[in-house]
Design a protein around this ligand. Structure first.
Ligand code: HEM
Length: 162
C-alpha cells in the first residue's frame, strides 16, 4: 500500500513533519505569549506575578526542543532540495532570505534570554521600540518565514512541473 514511498522519501516526509510541527510550536507559542499572556500579565501584575516565572521556564524548554527540531529537519530538507536539480535561482534567493531571518530569530531568542523577562509594559519611545524588537518581533518574523516557506514550496512545485 505504501510501496511507492521509498526509505529516502520517508526520511524527507518525517523531516517535513518535524519541521512544520517545530515551527508551529515555536511561532504559535510566541504568538500566544505576545498576544495573550503578556498583555494579561501587564494588566493583572499581582495575579500573574507568581505564575509567569513557571510558565516562562516550561515555555523555554518547548522553544529549545522546537528550535532543535526546526534546525535539524531544516538542514535535511535543505540538502534534499539542493542535491536535486529543481532548486532554481529564485528558490535559492528566497531560501537565503528565509535562512537569514531564521538566523536572526535564533539570535533574538538567545539575546532575550540574556536580558531576562521584563514583566511590565514598555514605557517611552525607546521602551516601545525595544519591545517591538523583542518578543513581538519573533512573531512578526515568524509569520514572514511561514510566508517564505509557502513561496518556496510553490517555486519548488512549479520547477518540478516545468
Ligand atoms: C524560523 C524558523 C523556521 C520556520 C518557522 C520554518 C518554517 C517552514 C515551513 C512552515 C516550511 C514548509 C514545509 C512544507 O510545506 O513542506 C518550511 C520549509 C523549508 N524549510 Fe523552514 N523554517 C524555519 C527555519 C529553517 C531553517 C533554519 C532551515 C535550514 C537550515 C530551513 C529549511 C527549509 C527548507 C529547505 C524547506 C523546504 C522548502 C521547499 O518546499 O522548497 N527552515 N520551513
Amino acid at each position: 500500500m505504501f510501496g511507492d514511498i521509498s526509505a529516502a522519501d520517508w526520511l524527507i516526509l518525517i523531516a517535513r513533519w518535524a519541521h512544520i510541527t517545530g515551527a508551529l510550536a515555536w511561532v504559535g507559542g510566541s504568538f500566544f505569549f505576545a498576544v495573550v499572556l503578556r498583555p494579561v500579565a501587564a494588566a493583572n501584575p499581582d495575579a500573574m506575578r507568581g505564575v509567569m516565572g513557571p510558565i516562562g521556564s516550561v515555555y523555554r524548554e518547548v522553544v529549545d526542543v522546537s528550535i532543535a527540531a526546526v534546525l535539524v529537519s531544516g538542514i535535511v530538507l535543505m540538502f534534499d532540495r539542493l542535491t536535486g536539480n529543481d532548486a532554481t535561482v529564485a528558490w535559492v534567493a528566497v531560501f537565503a532570505v528565509k535562512l537569514a531571518i531564521a538566523a536572526w530569530m535564533f539570535y533574538m531568542v538567545w539575546r532575550l534570554r540574556q536580558a531576562g523577562y521584563q514583566p511590565s509594559e514598555p514605557e517611552g519611545i525607546m521602551g516601545r521600540l525595544s519591545w517591538l524588537l523583542g518578543y513581538n518581533s519573533l512573531v512578526f518574523f515568524g509569520v514572514i518565514v511561514f510566508f517564505l516557506a509557502t513561496l518556496l514550496r510553490e517555486l519548488f512545485e512549479k520547477s518540478l512541473a516545468a
